[in-house]
Design a protein around this ligand. Structure first.
Ligand code: FES
Length: 176
């Protein structure tokens, strides 16, 4: 795996641009602001990031490092040190089912059950062919469009078991 430090120089502008259009980054930034961008709040911030995104990927870690004015290596080091943090899973595709309250009351558990059954894996796992990683998040900041699912980074509103299965079907039936 390339280190974050080597990727940092040219990726940051793109990450910040992407972040400006993704509400989850705004919520995360508000959370950092609440902690006055205090570097000692790093673990707390990483927890919040994982709640919002389901896992911590490089871009997210770089964003946090930039905002907290910490070296990317430090943020990456902390994220990899603690077992309760999940780094980007190895599946080619990711499906994050929001299990926060608003989504849950609108049937997120049924969404999760449907995709677990179809893919034959549990939340937190990746299919043996590495096509799909399935994750959950606690609230992705899209309660108004619950239940929401994030397919490969795209927040998608008002999902049903049927729409979810339609979405992941192509990923699971890869050899057709
Ligand atoms: S609970 Fe799912 S977006 Fe808030």
């Amino acid at each position: 795996m390339a280190t974050l430090a080597t990727k940092k120089p040219n990726r940051l502008p793109g990450i910040l641009e992407h972040a400006s259009g993704d509400k989850r980054f705004k919520i995360l930034e508000a959370h950092m602001k609440k902690h006055q961008f205090n570097q000692n709040a790093l673990i707390e911030v990483l927890h919040k990031a994982q709640e919002l995104f389901g896992y911590l990927e490089d871009d997210l870690l770089l964003f946090i490092a930039y905002k907290l004015k910490l070296p990317a290596s430090r943020v990456y080091g902390v994220a990899t040190f603690y077992h309760f943090f999940t780094l980007k899973p190895k599946g080619r595709h990711t499906c994050v089912v929001c299990m926060g309250t608003a989504c849950y009351v609108k049937g997120a558990d049924k969404l999760l059950a449907a995709v677990e059954k179809k893919a034959g894996i549990k939340a937190g796992e990746t299919t043996p062919d590495s096509e799909l990683s399935l994750l959950t998040a606690r609230c992705i900041g899209a309660c108004g469009i619950a239940p929401a699912v994030v397919y490969d980074g795209t927040v998608t509103p008002r999902q049903s078991p049927e729409s979810l299965l339609t979405h992941v079907k192509g990923w699971l039936d890869h050899d057709h």
